[in-house]
Each structure stands twice: as C-alpha cells, then as structure tokens.
Design a protein around this ligand. Structure first.
Ligand code: PEP
Ligand code: MN
Length: 362
C-alpha cells in the first residue's frame, strides 16, 4: 500500500517530468485565503502542473514586503491537499531548505539574487545533501554563465540528481522594454552546455509588465524551452509584490491557449529533406562569408602596412563612422536590424584592428 507521502511524491515526479512544464502562482504568499484561492483557480484551468509562491522574498531595498516567512508553508501544504498541485518555493538559506522540506514542498528553487553568491549557494547545497528533491536554479542577476554553471555544479555535487534551469533575464542599467533583459543567447548557451537539464522560462521577471508576457512566452516555446514559470494572482493590481507583472489564473489560461506550441521534430521525410536542403545552402553561405572575411582582413593588413610606412594611427573614427553609416543604410533596406549590423561590424572592426596591429608591430 502506498502512503500519502509516496502518492504525493509520485504526483510531483510526474509533474516534474511533464513537457511543457507549466508552473504558476503568486509572486508571494500573502494570506492563507489568497494562496488557496489562487491554487484552486489555477487547478480549475487544467493547464497548470505546479504551484509556486514566494515565502521568503529577497527584496532590493529594506522596508519592502519581505515575505510572510515559514508561517506560509502550511498554506501551501493545504493548497496542495485541496488541489493536488505539487508545490515549489524559493530557498536562500539552509534553514529555509529544512523548513520547506518539513512542510512537504516538492520542488525548490534558488533565486537570482542567491545564484550570484557562491557562499549562499553552497549553504543551500549542503542543506540538500541526502535529499531527493528536484531543484531549479535561476540565472544570476548579472549575465555570467560561469556563475550560473557554478551554482548548478555545487548543487549537483551535493548529490541532487534532478536539476532544472530557470531563465529570468539579466539586470541592465538604463531603461529598456524589459525589467530584466532576456539575452536569449545566454540561456541557449547554457542549454547547450547542460543538455540534460530542463530549461524553464520565467517571462514574468523578464517582462516586469503584462502586455508583453505572451510574446516572451511564445519566444521561449519557439526556442524549445521545456517549460514556463509565470506569476499569477487573484487580484494582480493589489499584489504585495511584483503587482505590475502578475495576471489572474484565467488570463493565464487564455494566454496558454494563444501560444502556438511547437515540436522540436516531426517524423516526415519531406520535411527533413526540405530542411536539409536549406541547411546545405546556409552552410554554403557561411563558407563564403568566411572566405570574404578572410579577404577583408588581408586588405586591412595592406592598409596597416601603409599606415606603418606613414606613421599613422590604426583607429580613424571618421572612417569608422562612415563604414557604420553605409552598412546601416544598406543593411536596413534588406531587413537586417541596426543592432545586428552594429554588433557585427564592431566584431569585424576589432578583428581588423588586431590584424593591423600585428603588421604595425612586425
Ligand atoms: C520570484 O520568482 O518572485 C523572484 C524573486 O524572482 P528572481 O529571483 O528571478 O528575482
Ligand atoms: Mn516576483
């Protein structure tokens, strides 16, 4: 006979293995009624696999709501009992890990402000020794994949077998359309580096607002993410934390219905043949671009030789602005973004300067 605990573990395990894994719930647990009502309304949608709620909230400034603390854990336990939804909370200290496990939290996550601090990650990892519970690790607030990977390795070395990654975007200075810049390529690099770990997108903390949530969710699905963690609240505007980015459970269900769910692969020969042909074309163009870049560097070296003979500096800003201007006008006409053109030319220019410097130093 199975005990209740085993049954609940089996349900949590099934949820953890589901793809796409949909996790939702409030930024913070506020009251017992709020937690239970959110869980019930999420469960009623039939589209959510796991309930999240922040119990301890690391806030940027003191005086902000810092979470209800351990007294909220029984609320989550109750919500699970009523709805069957497994639960997940953020942990930042060894004590929080113990408290969460005492109240049968099924999955733990390490927040972005904790991932940046190896001492804290190690403390959490040590508390997880001998514990068989999945752990999700959010990216650090700064765009540093070594730090993110370091946290993964600390937790793995503590013997945790089931680890997931949560991409919640990166802090950046100045205004942008996002609260935390997604920098998608970093999350993709992380997935390539740790192919066995599920990668979950957190559009709520990337967007910081509701109107662009769906776009970010769709983008994540297009990029073959394994799941989504989205904040939801029964009364979003009056949430005690992150009010601007939360949505009701019903709105979440609508958004999940609007997403075009893409598969990584299909079993059609025709599709594979067509894809293969296009990939060959891309390979061919990439080869040509390499050849052309090689030629461009040879010319840069010749220019370097003239500069050397005439004692002229390598960097000439007037000429550089002219190059950017020309390329932007041409590039934008054929649908290349200005951001890409600038980044591409910056990289080419740096390489050119290195080639010229070699000539000047020779
Ligand atoms: C949260 O999930 O509510 C949270 C605090 O997120 P992050 O660690 O990504 O800032
Ligand atoms: Mn939040």
């Amino acid at each position: 006979m199975q005990t209740t605990e085993q049954t609940s573990n089996a349900a949590a395990q099934a949820a953890w293995n589901k793809r796409p894994l949909i996790i939702s719930g409030p930024c913070s647990a506020e009251t017992e009624e709020q937690v239970i009502a959110t869980a019930q309304r999420l469960a009623a949608t039939g589209k959510v696999d796991m309930l999240r709620a922040g119990i301890w909230k690391p806030r940027t400034k003191p005086g902000m709501f810092e979470g209800v603390g351990a007294k909220g854990l029984p609320w989550l336990q109750q919500a699970k009992k009523i709805t069957g939804l497994p639960t997940t909370v953020e942990v930042a200290t060894g004590k929080q890990v113990q408290d969460a496990l005492t109240f049968d939290v099924d999955v733990l996550w390490i927040g972005a402000r904790t991932t940046v601090n190896p001492f804290s990650v190690q403390e959490v990892a040590d508390a997880l020794r001998g514990v068989d519970v999945p752990v999700m690790i959010k990216n650090p607030i700064n765009p540093d994949l070594e730090l993110w990977g370091g946290a993964v390795e600390r937790v793995a070395r503590a013997g945790v077998k089931q680890i997931g990654l949560i991409h919640r975007g990166f802090s950046s200075y100045g205004n942008s359309e996002f609260r935390n810049a997604p920098m998608w390529h970093l999350a993709i690099d992380m997935k390539l580096k740790y192919p066995g770990l599920p990668l979950i997108n957190d559009p709520s903390h990337i967007c910081g607002r509701r109107d662009i949530l769906l776009d970010v969710m769709q983008r994540a699905i297009d990029l073959d993410y394994d799941g989504l963690m989205i904040e939801s609240h029964i009364d979003p505007d009056n949430a005690w934390s992150d009010a601007k980015q939360q949505i009701t459970p019903e709105r979440l269900a609508e958004m999940l219905d609007q997403i075009i769910w893409r598969k990584e692969d299909v079993n059609s020969e025709e599709y594979h043949a067509a894809l293969e042909a296009l990939r060959q074309k891309i390979n061919h163009l990439d080869d040509e671009m390499m050849q052309i870049l090689g030629q461009r560097m040879k010319i840069a070296e010749q220019i370097g030789q003239y500069k050397k003979d005439n004692n002229i500096t390598i960097l000439q800003t007037g000429r550089w602005n002219e190059i950017i201007e020309r390329a932007s006008v041409k590039g934008e006409k054929i649908g290349l973004s200005k951001e890409f053109i600038t980044r591409y030319l910056d990289a080419v220019h740096m390489e050119s300067i290195n080639h010229q410097k070699k000539v000047l130093d020779s």
